[in-house]
Design a protein around this ligand. Structure first.
Ligand code: IMP
Ligand code: MG
Length: 173
């Protein structure tokens, strides 16, 4: 039987996101900033982070699939939904739920650089640094977490658990 244990509670998440928003305001006071959320996991983080930022933002979404689902990504990445606009000359922040191996974001950063943004940064709610296979420069990091599989606040296991308000460790799968 699988069990859920709260790792980061919703109030802790919200207070950290307020700090991240303030940091973004200090770094990019003019805007508009394009916040590009990676579907679907980053949707709640995007919604809360966007409201924690005072600098004007615009919201965009990208869909990425990494082949071989389950608990790890396989290393092959494909864009399933691209941006609706050009971000050339704009400040861009990629908003992601979690950086694990780094495969997804290292691919995406290389792709978005070709779109010639004025600046390109990464904001991730969670980071599992011990799992990294490809280097990723993270500018805004909510929490470093241990090598455990987590769900909730947007993160799923086989599409379930995304709507849990807390980030929870899912074990005994
Ligand atoms: P990466 O390419 O290995 O860095 O994987 C990033 C993606 O894998 C994230 O956007 C998540 O969709 C998924 N992922 C990695 N770790 C977890 C986890 O602990 N829970 C849920 N999804 C995860
Ligand atoms: Mg994801």
């Amino acid at each position: 039987m699988s069990t859920l244990r709260v790792l980061i509670g919703s109030e802790q998440i919200q207070s950290r996101i307020r700090e991240m928003g303030a940091q973004i305001d200090r770094d990019l006071p003019t805007g508009p900033i394009y916040l590009i959320a990676i579907l679907k996991g980053a949707c709640f983080f995007l919604a809360d982070l966007a409201r924690a930022v005072k600098t004007p933002v615009r919201l965009e979404f990208m869909g990425i699939s990494s082949y071989g689902r389950g608990k790890t990504s396989s290393g092959e990445v494909k864009v399933t939904k691209d941006l609706d606009v050009s971000v050339e000359g704009y400040d861009v922040i990629v908003v992601e739920d979690i950086v694990d191996s780094g495969v997804t974001l290292s691919y995406l950063v290389q792709l978005l650089k070709q779109r010639k943004p004025k600046s390109l940064r990464i904001a991730t709610l969670l980071d599992k640094p011990t799992r990294r296979q490809r280097p990723v420069e993270v500018h805004y990091r909510g929490f470093e977490i241990p090598d455990e599989f987590v769900v909730g606040y947007g993160l799923d296991y086989a599409e379930d658990y995304r709507n849990l308000p807390d980030v929870c460790i899912l074990s005994d799968l």
